[in-house]
Design a protein around this ligand. Structure first.
Ligand code: ADP
Length: 397
């Protein structure tokens, strides 16, 4: 089956096109600056063929029209006609409490996505636009929604309820949802297969460390807790997001700095985290470089970042009553030996130790030979999960 995977953001569409029978990503790309001057489509094919197009791309429908056209292009494409697209899988950020797994898109599903816009005002609207654009352009092609929240949807009440009046949970759906679910699902399953074990026997902590960062406690294949909450702001320190803090802090800042709620929202989401503490950059590479040059605030940012991850490893080992594996993924998790080393330092008491040499190399298994807990760095592949889920659902219908 050939599946087009779409990840629609407010001004961008990321895409990847798979031939799952051949287990191959045929091409991928990004349409950026939608609705702005100088929109760009950057496309690359599996054989290394690449093209960048600058065009006037007014909206998501036009962007997806361009994507379909480039898939069929003589020089850069991989298919002959639109009919070669068997199905389209969409990354959808928020499934609310309704969707606990991937689902075929119907009018009812779109209605529920609209109802959930309040929960993800920045993310769900472009996801819906992408679905509607495909409906217009490829009306006979089945579409599937794969939700960032779904993997965490079976967390127990003790993990997802906030300590606020229960009526507010019922009335406004204020609870912890968690995100990055597709990635946590993929890397925990990959770790189990690297250990030659069934995931139902394992207690795994997964750390997805990219621009956004979250961890999950995956107990026998199910996420029982995760660090992100009602929104992706909770939990770990991130590139520009604060992560956990006393909620009173924000009320206090709003008073002292005379901020509106929208300004406070921007402060916590865009100007905090690594950027906020270091005053330098949201990019972990820059933080590490400037820390090594002796920049004090970059060192603080690095230390807060790693310390929080370490704390959650302990918390989740306690929540699961044990730990068999720890997985690092995402741009930082996959690439930063410094972060992995700092996080894993002094965790010998948990039976967890990494091998310094393997950590500096590109190996998947970076555990020390005597480490009871396996430690992995695994490249996440959310698009592949979306493609596989889409195939499974379309074939099952
Ligand atoms: P996104 O969450 O937007 O998908 P990524 O998963 O690509 O982002 O992660 C981006 C982060 O990965 C950035 O902070 C970047 O600095 C970090 N990163 C990428 N390569 C390295 C590296 N070699 N060392 C440290 N950090 C890295």
């Amino acid at each position: 089956m050939k599946i087009l995977v779409l990840n629609c953001g407010s001004s961008s569409v990321k895409y990847q096109f798979f031939d799952l029978d051949k287990n191959l990503a045929l091409c991928k790309g990004l349409v950026d600056r939608i609705g702005m001057a100088g929109a760009v489509l950057a496309h690359s094919r599996y054989d290394g063929e690449k093209i960048n197009l600058v065009a006037e791309i007014l909206d998501h429908t036009m962007a997806i029209e361009y994507v379909v056209a480039i898939l069929m292009s003589k020089n850069h494409g991989v298919i002959a006609t639109q009919k070669d697209i068997d199905a389209v899988g969409h990354r959808v950020v928020h499934g609310g409490e309704t969707f606990s797994g991937s689902i075929k898109i119907t009018d009812d599903v779109i209605r529920v996505l609209h109802e959930n816009i309040g929960l993800a005002p920045l993310h769900n609207p472009p996801n819906i636009k992408g679905i509607q654009a495909v409906t217009r352009l490829l009306p006979d092609t089945p579409q599937v929604g794969v939700f960032d929240t779904a993997f965490h949807s079976n967390m127990p009440h003790k993990a997802f309820l906030y300590g606020i009046p229960y009526e507010l949970y019922k009335k406004h759906k204020i609870r912890r949802y968690g995100f990055h679910g597709t990635s946590h699902r993929f890397v925990s399953a990959s770790a189990a297969s690297m250990m030659n074990k069934d995931i139902s026997e394992l207690k795994i902590v997964t750390a997805h460390l990219g621009n956004g960062c979250s961890m999950a406690a995956v107990d026998r294949g199910k996420s029982i807790d995760t660090t992100m909450g009602f929104t992706p702001l909770e939990g770990l320190l991130m590139g520009t997001r604060s992560g956990d803090m006393d909620p009173s802090v924000i009320l206090y800042i709003m008073g002292k700095e005379e901020l509106t709620s929208s300004e406070a929202n921007t402060l916590l989401n865009k100007h905090s985290g690594l950027t906020g503490i270091s005053g330098e950059s949201s990019d972990m590479r820059d933080i590490i470089t400037s820390m090594k040059e002796g920049h004090k605030r970059s060192r603080y940012a690095f230390e807060v970042f790693c310390y929080r991850i370490k704390k959650y490893i302990g918390a989740y080992a306690a929540a699961m009553g044990g730990l068999d594996a720890l997985v690092f993924t995402g741009g930082i998790g996959e690439n930063s030996a410094d972060v992995r080393a700092e996080v894993c330092k002094d965790l010998g008491f948990l039976g967890l130790e990494i091998d310094g040499k393997k950590n500096d190399s590109r190996e998947d298994d970076i555990s020390a030979p005597n480490s009871r807990v396996k430690v992995f760095r695994i490249s996440t592949d959310e698009e592949l999960v979306i493609a596989r889920d889409t195939q499974e659902i379309v074939k099952g219908n």
